[in-house]
Design a protein around this ligand. Structure first.
Ligand SMILES: Cc1ncc(COP(=O)(O)O)c(C=O)c1O
Length: 382
């Protein structure tokens, strides 16, 4: 059955009744196009699975098998991931605790982690809180991996610490939605190997790739890596955090240490919701991708018409546009200007690290009317 557009189901006044952070952080006259929540209703098979669990009083601890099975089948069908082994997939409390644990394990106390900036701000905060030092290898101006920057940063990290070195990759990349190619990932794997660094790949946005771009799992090119997957972004399940840590076939020590050690597990409702997403959420995912695909182009035409000085590269994945506002002369943090004067909430570029100044991140997982109104308001102050 054809699905209706999931981004056009909820009028603004109903969205404003939501109590999640997207809708409650700012005053009611602000249009919120910031944090990575989508303005959708829950996919019907996920809602049904949760309702069944509530009716049955099924509120205990999760078993891991259905979640792992559902993901493994989804991943094999969608990404033809030949080396994925169910025995190497472990449910964890969320993507962030997953990558933090993996890097603490891989780099050890005093370890260094290379991130490719500008990047999702919790790549810095959680690792620093865990005692790791974060160093940056800037992406190119087109937001692609830069092998020279990676080589130089890895070499410097090796010199600066006697402990371990890791790389936290964002694949696909947030912000801006770059889908790293197999060749780029192979180059990264080669560099990491030659500097003795473990790569942890955050792949939470992997289901949200627009054809003809194609997601390549990092572990398909590097058996010593560790990846994190979750249904939380593609099916809008931030309320039910959970993730899967996937160990490459050569990541034996990290795998053993993690499985034997203390780790955080997802809640049972998260496991139920994510299992339903991976096993029955395919048609809804295709409908949301079609709607997002239209919105990434809509944003492009609106910006070209109303604020042509903003630089925007249509993303190959995600709903998180990265807008270069440097030509507007709004200083380092245009998001502050757009919030104050246009009453549009965007993410502040400088929080994404080096390369973020003069930029904003805009979340276009909403209705066309809200996107049009946001751009109209932004144009009035640009
Ligand atoms: C790259 C990246 N990693 C992790 C997360 C957090 O995911 P979760 O809420 O499932 O922990 C996000 C959320 O936007 C993200 O963009």
């Amino acid at each position: 059955m054809a699905q209706s557009n999931p981004l056009e189901q909820i009028p603004l006044e109903l969205l404003r009744e939501r109590t999640s952070i997207k809708w409650r952080r700012y005053e009611p006259d602000v249009l919120p196009l910031w944090v990575a929540e989508m303005d959708v209703n829950l996919a019907p098979p996920i809602a049904a699975a949760l309702q069944r669990a509530i009716r049955a009083g099924d509120t205990g601890y999760p078993g891991s098998t259905p979640f792992v099975e559902a993901f493994a089948q989804f991943a094999a069908a969608r990404w033809q991931w030949p080396t994925l082994e169910k025995a190497r997939i472990r449910p964890v409390a969320g993507v962030i605790p997953g990558y933090t644990d993996a890097l603490v394990e891989a780099a050890g106390p005093g370890g260094y982690v290379v991130v490719t900036s500008p990047v999702y701000p919790p790549f810095y905060s959680f690792l620093r809180q865990a005692g790791l030092t974060v160093v940056e290898a800037r992406l190119t101006d087109h937001l692609r991996l830069d092998p020279d920057a990676l080589a130089a940063t890895l070499a410097q990290a090796r010199r600066d610490t006697a402990a371990g070195v890791g790389v936290l990759l964002c694949n696909p990349h947030n912000p801006g939605g770059t889908v790293h190619t197999r060749a780029e990932l192979e180059q990264l794997a080669h560099l990491a190997r030659s500097h003795g660094a473990t790569v942890v790949s955050d792949e939470v946005h992997a289901p949200l790739v627009y054809a003809p771009a194609q997601f390549t799992p990092y572990l398909a090119v590097d058996g010593s890596g560790i990846a994190l997957h979750s249904a939380s972004k593609a099916w809008n399940l931030a309320a039910m955090p959970g993730a899967l840590m996937v160990f490459g076939h050569e990541a034996a020590d990290a795998h053993r240490a993690y499985v034997a050690g203390t780790h955080h597990a997802p809640g049972h409702f998260a496991a139920i919701a994510q299992t339903a997403a991976y096993s029955q959420g395919g048609p809804w995912l295709e409908a949301v991708l079609e709607a997002l695909d239209a919105n990434r182009h809509l944003l492009g035409s609106l910006l070209a018409e109303h604020i042509p000085a903003i630089g925007y590269r249509i993303p190959d994945s995600t709903y998180l546009a990265w807008l270069d506002c440097t030509a507007l002369g709004l200083d380092d943090d245009p998001a502050a200007v757009f919030l104050k004067h246009a009453r549009v909430a965007l993410n502040s570029g400088p929080t994404f690290g080096a390369g973020g100044a003069g930029h904003v991140r805009l979340n276009f997982a909403t209705s066309a009317t809200i996107i049009e109104e946001a751009v109209r308001r932004m144009a009035a102050v640009a």
